[in-house]
Design a protein around this ligand. Structure first.
Ligand SMILES: N[C@@H](CCC(=O)N[C@@H](CS)C(=O)NCC(=O)O)C(=O)O
Length: 212
């Protein structure tokens, strides 16, 4: 019996395919070699049961037998506790992985998300909102650049922190926002060259294409 079930939408618009957050979870599961199954929840008509797993009606969520977890960061921490492939073994390394996981979400994605939303909607003209969010993101990237130039992975060895940071930066790269940040770009390139990422991305694309 497969204990881990990842739920994502049954369909999403083409523009966001490849960037739906179930990818982070697929990537972690593939890195760890943990057996799992993917299930779908309707994108259009979100049922009451969906909200019992994800209170905002979003995806992803993971069920691990009788535990149901939402928030991609929380899911990755849960999986990190199950596999040495996802977390350094030593206490210092684990602590670094946890702090960088939160930094990816709460310091970098906090800036990249509004920026990416404006990119997705093509709202990148000379407006105060665009200028503000572009500056906000560049402030974060400027500080990530020397950090990623100095190390291969954030917590010494590859970890869940890298899955989140690389996935967050990847969306910025999709809209050419890493052009002035070669270390960030190289970091995304080495993370996304990993076979586990390549499989996770292909699986997500196939999942949504099957619904067309
Ligand atoms: N903080 C949440 C964000 C989840 C999220 O934004 N999910 C998107 C897909 S990537 C979603 O469900 N969007 C549909 C919606 O918000 O209605 C996490 O990291 O899991």
């Amino acid at each position: 019996m497969v204990g881990l079930i990842l739920t994502t939408f049954d369909w999403v618009p083409e523009m966001v395919r490849g960037n739906v957050r179930d990818l982070r979870v697929r990537w972690a599961l593939e890195e760890a070699g943990l057996p799992y199954r993917v299930e779908s929840a309707p994108f259009g008509d979100r049922k009451a049961e969906h909200f019992t797993h994800q209170p905002f009606g979003q995806v992803p969520w993971l069920t691990d037998r009788d535990i149901s977890i939402f928030e991609s960061g929380a899911i990755l921490l849960h999986l990190g506790n199950q596999s040495d492939a996802l977390m350094p073994a030593d206490p210092r390394g684990r602590s670094e992985a946890v702090e960088w996981l939160f930094a990816a979400l709460n310091s970098v994605e906090m800036a990249s998300l509004p920026w990416a939303l404006l990119q997705f909607t093509g709202d990148t003209g000379d407006t105060p909102a665009w200028q503000r969010f572009d500056k906000f993101l560049k402030g974060r990237l400027q500080h990530m650049e020397p950090i990623l130039a100095a190390r291969e992975w954030l917590a010494g060895t590859f970890s869940v922190a890298d899955i989140l940071m690389a996935d967050v930066l990847r969306v910025v790269g999709r809209f050419d926002g890493l052009a002035e940040y070669p270390a960030c770009r190289n970091y995304v390139a080495r993370a996304t060259a990993r076979p586990a990422f390549v499989k996770a991305l292909a699986d997500q694309m196939a999942h949504f294409a099957a619904a067309d």
